[in-house]
Design a protein. Structure first.
Length: 170
């Protein structure tokens, strides 16, 4: 789960090591893609080029409240059009989701970083992917051709890890 039953990421799911890892990854990205509820709200957030998914427009548009943000309706324009509008033709793209956003890119990921906090329980929470909890996140990732790499320990006191799930190409 990535949020509680009300759709909010609770304090119990926030760990300094995970935050440090996440922030560093976003700082390295050329573009960040997310839904309207996934804005990371960090000091560097306004400096990052981003695409925000929305149904409030017909295709692609500038966000009048944020000069580095492109609004994108996936039903009205291809992702490549949104990237071009954002001024990004190549580089690293960080998808910070929600489940519907993650699901859209499942067959396009080179790497999906799966963080886990095994001691946190969020009954009726928002799952990271569609199909969870019927399947585990690992089963979902594997079903899309991704394979786990070596895990990194982010918080020893809480057993929080992050595992890269990598797409192997023949």
């Amino acid at each position: 789960m990535l949020a509680d039953a009300s759709g909010v990421m609770p304090e119990a799911l926030k760990f300094e090591g995970d935050k440090t890892f996440f922030t560093a990854a976003l700082d390295r990205a050329d573009l960040i893609v997310h839904g309207k509820h996934s804005h990371e709200g960090q000091p560097n957030s306004p400096l990052r080029r981003r695409i925000v998914l929305t149904r409030k427009i017909s295709g692609v548009a500038d966000d009048p409240s944020s000069p580095k943000t492109t609004l994108w309706n996936p039903t009205g324009a291809p992702f490549e059009t949104a990237c071009a509008h954002a001024g990004v033709g190549a580089g690293t793209i960080a998808i910070i989701g929600g489940p519907s956003v993650f699901d859209m890119f499942m067959d396009r990921y080179d790497t999906f970083w799966l963080s886990q906090a095994p001691n946190v329980r969020l009954p009726d929470g928002e799952p990271v992917f569609s199909g969870v909890p019927q399947r585990t996140p690992q089963q979902v990732l594997a079903s899309h051709g991704l394979n786990p790499g070596p895990s990194q320990l982010l918080d020893a006191n809480h057993s929080v890890t992050v595992t890269p799930w990598l797409r192997t190409t023949p």
